[in-house]
Design a protein around this ligand. Structure first.
Ligand code: COI
Length: 356
């Protein structure tokens, strides 16, 4: 029998529709941009509320060259995923958390934000409109990218007079080219990602542009990504360019505390709860770079990276290895519970998933 989830094959879901999956190689998904069918847009003027948004065909958008986002970086993004279950239904993971984080970030960036309901409804509509791009079970997920930007024209530095909320989606597999194999990090000594009082704790677009230089240099040297230190003492771990970091020692798991310079990851928060439910002791506290030297395991978390084991960390020319073969036992256990929850393979006692 032909698998109902084969490339290009029709299958029926519980709503008894038949749906053709997009004709792409589902076995070869990485984290590259794949254009899909529809995007969602919604606009708002300064001081106003977002009015009803709409789905439109995916494509380029028009922006005034004076748009606040282009000139002064007034922009935020989010990231979340939809998984396809064996029965064909789709699962979102904690979309209200992304909505709340966008509201917090918008406050910091002087932007109006969609309400939680507007955000979640827009995510649902966009995913359903692009249903044929949600990978078959076990092949990956649909990455959902909400954007909030100052789209109105400004010349002098000021909040833009108009804002656009937009969602597009793309099917994805593993984030790192290593796949699920351990990644190799280098601790950055010169450049910093965030400063106290700055915007490191919100998902503003500039935080990601600011790490490209260190990230590119690290990649040119064969590393997967960069681990940043705090800019005051230069000894406390902050985060990796695209994800949060956890350090395991015995039964204890530590991760840098959220203090304004670290992105409050939704996967980070979920892994803390999953780890506690599995009997681990989890501490959110300042974690020194020296603690990496005698850690049993190190792993990263993020929506895009999920849970990625760290194989080695290089700091001031010294390389520390943590089992470069594959997942450490703790990261494996947490990854397994989290992803089974996200894919609807185990009971969702936390009430984290939203079924479409
Ligand atoms: C995510 O994990 O969703 C992010 O937003 C990180 C991004 C650099 C891919």
């Amino acid at each position: 029998a032909v698998s109902p989830f084969k490339r290009g094959a029709a299958f029926s879901d519980t709503h008894s529709e038949t749906l053709e999956l997009a004709d792409i190689d589902w076995d070869d998904l990485g984290f590259a941009y794949v254009p899909t069918d529809y995007m969602y847009t919604m606009k708002c003027t300064k001081g106003g509320n977002f009015s009803k948004g709409e789905l439109q065909r995916f494509g380029n958008i028009e922006l005034n060259p004076s748009a606040g986002v282009l000139n002064y970086g007034q922009g935020l993004f989010e990231g979340l995923k939809a998984y396809r279950k064996e029965d064909g239904n789709l699962l979102l993971f904690r979309p209200e958390e992304n909505a709340m984080r966008m509201i917090m970030g918008a406050e910091r960036m002087c932007m109006p934000s969609p309400t939680i309901d507007q955000f979640v409804d827009a995510v649902k509509a966009t995913v359903l409109a692009n249903k044929r791009w949600v990978p078959p079970p076990g092949k990956g997920s649909l990455y959902i990218r909400p954007l909030l930007m100052g789209s109105g024209a400004v010349l002098g530095l000021a909040p833009a007079p108009e804002y656009t909320f937009l969602i597009y989606v793309s099917p994805v597999g593993n984030y790192f080219k290593e796949g699920v194999a351990p990644i190799h990090l280098i601790v950055e000594n010169e450049l910093h990602r965030a400063t106290p009082g700055g915007t490191g704790g919100v998902k503003t677009i500039g935080n990601y542009a600011a790490v490209l230089k260190a990230q590119s240099a690290a990649k040119a040297r064969g590393f997967s990504d960069v681990l940043y230190l705090d800019c005051v003492h230069k000894k406390y771990l902050e985060e990796v360019s695209s994800c949060n970091i956890f350090v395991v020692k015995g039964n204890s798991i530590s991760t840098p505390a959220i203090k304004g310079t670290i992105l409050p990851g939704i996967t980070r928060k979920s892994i803390i709860d999953v780890a506690r439910s599995q009997g681990f002791q989890v501490e959110e506290r300042p974690v020194t770079v020296d603690e990496l030297l005698d850690a049993d395991e190190v792993f990263c978390t993020g929506t895009a990276v999920v849970v990625s084991p760290v194989g080695s960390i290089t700091y001031k020319g010294k390389r520390v290895s943590y089992g470069e073969e594959g997942f450490g036992a703790v990261a494996q256990q947490l990854y397994s519970v989290l992803t089974k929850l996200q894919m609807g393979l185990i009971e969702d006692k936390m009430n984290w998933t939203v079924e479409l």
